[in-house]
Design a binder for this molecule. Structure first.
Ligand SMILES: [Mn+2]
Length: 417
């Protein structure tokens, strides 16, 4: 079988691409693995339903019910995925001592020590997210944009607590922590006031970020959304809101989730637009289908196109890449793993593209040749390099993967009844 890699290596070399070097580079690029695929975004600090305009559908067996189960599942996923990782944690995944409970406005670094221990075990960084949903203090569907001051103050305190926890993560791991602010605040039907909630949201985020923190350690982001379930008419944190907020606040990054736009918009085209202005940006990588923004990432055209833009823009060190999807209808380990591996494939495919040659053809206006070349690239032996990357990373190849997922289901998940 190694003949196939040697042959692929020669083919790519003729296009000026060193596949060995690409593999070594890709191994070191961190992608943030979200903890919330393992338990359907439930978390450990509350027992209510998922709110905020997001929904998990399906009831596949084997959901992680405890911190130990979730961490074990994440470790399994990491063992099945090539490439460097970060671990992405939501605030609702605070891990309390037995009998202890602390509300979100009072969370402290110690409630996330087990996540730090996990990150240190693998020598990886942590990312963080305040959780502005699935909580009794979400008032009339609003948090940071609520007209009720006590509600806003509670959520501002939560955000500030999360800044401190993010800084703790960065100090403990030695890796900057991306802290993403997203709320599902909005209205189901036509609001009478669209500006008021946005001004309150702006002032609340400013209050969160007004506490002292090291901007080299904590990278705050604002994530936009077009709509949510039950929040169809108006979302406070729209695309223009989030982008403008980041542009006007030094050190704050725009975060684009490719499930959070109108169906014909593509984030691949937005990446270079933002890179023309922002030194760093952040992404949530997902797969939108109709009303759902959170299907498992596949190795599909737009996923490839997003990775291509990051690579072509020489922005692998400027774009914080995180995954964000959750599917409860299939084996969650399989969902998690396929999504992570799909993004790895997209990055590898982008790095195996003769981008300099293609750019030259564009700049010389040789557009027929460009089209022919772009189509030629699609049939290069990518799969042989992907297989080699998996082997060199010590993870299952495509044909070995399902057996591993099935084994874990039989030995671990099936016993969770
Ligand atoms: Mn997202």
């Amino acid at each position: 079988m190694c003949n196939r890699y040697e042959s692929a290596k020669e083919i790519y070399a003729k296009l000026g691409i060193d596949t060995d070097a690409v593999i070594e580079t890709l191994k070191k690029i961190p992608v943030s693995l979200h903890c919330w695929q393992g338990d359907d975004v439930k978390g450990f600090d509350q027992d209510g339903p998922l709110t905020g305009g997001i929904q998990t559908t399906g009831n596949y067996m084997g959901k992680a019910r405890t911190p130990d189960e979730l961490i074990a599942d994440m470790e399994k996923v990491m063992s099945l995925c090539p490439g460097a990782k970060k671990i992405n944690v939501h605030a609702c995944y605070a891990i309390f001592e037995k009998g202890e409970f602390v509300d979100r406005d009072k969370l402290e670094p110690k409630h996330f020590k087990k996540w730090v221990d996990l990150a240190k075990k693998y020598g990886v960084g942590l990312d963080f997210n305040p959780t502005f949903f699935s909580h009794g203090k979400v008032k009339d569907g609003l948090t940071l944009s609520s007209p009720d001051k006590a509600t806003r103050d509670f959520w501002i305190a939560h955000g500030q607590a999360c800044v401190k926890i993010s800084e703790y993560f960065a100090k403990e791991t030695g890796v900057p922590c991306v802290m993403n602010i997203w709320t599902g605040d909005g209205y189901k039907d036509i609001p009478a006031d669209r500006l008021g909630p946005r001004v309150r949201y702006k002032e609340s985020i400013e209050a969160i970020l007004s506490i002292p923190y090291d901007k080299n350690l904590v990278k705050p982001c604002v994530e936009s959304k077009v709509f949510g379930i039950g929040v169809e008419a108006y979302t406070v944190g729209s695309a223009e809101f989030a982008l403008s907020f980041a542009a006007m606040h030094d050190g704050c990054l725009p975060l684009m989730d490719n499930g959070h736009y109108h169906p014909t918009e593509v984030v691949s085209d937005k990446i270079p637009a933002l890179l023309a202005f922002f030194p760093e940006i952040a992404l949530h990588i997902t797969r939108p289908i109709r009303w759902d923004s959170d299907h498992v990432v596949l190795f599909d055209d737009e996923t490839k196109e997003m990775a291509k833009e990051i690579v072509r823009c020489n922005a692998l060190d400027k774009v914080y890449m995180a995954l964000d999807y959750f599917d409860a209808s299939i084996n969650r380990i399989g969902a998690w793993t396929v999504g992570f591996r799909s993004w790895q494939k997209a990055l590898l495919s982008a790095m195996l593209t003769p981008n300099a040659q293609l750019k030259k053809l564009q700049d010389e206006n040789k557009l027929s040749e460009l089209m022919v070349m772009q189509e030629r690239v699609k049939t290069l032996p990518f799969g042989d390099v992907w297989r080699e990357y998996c082997v060199r990373s010590g993870v299952p190849t495509e044909c070995q993967l399902f057996a591993e997922i099935e084994k874990y289901e039989n030995e671990v998940l099936a016993k969770r009844v």
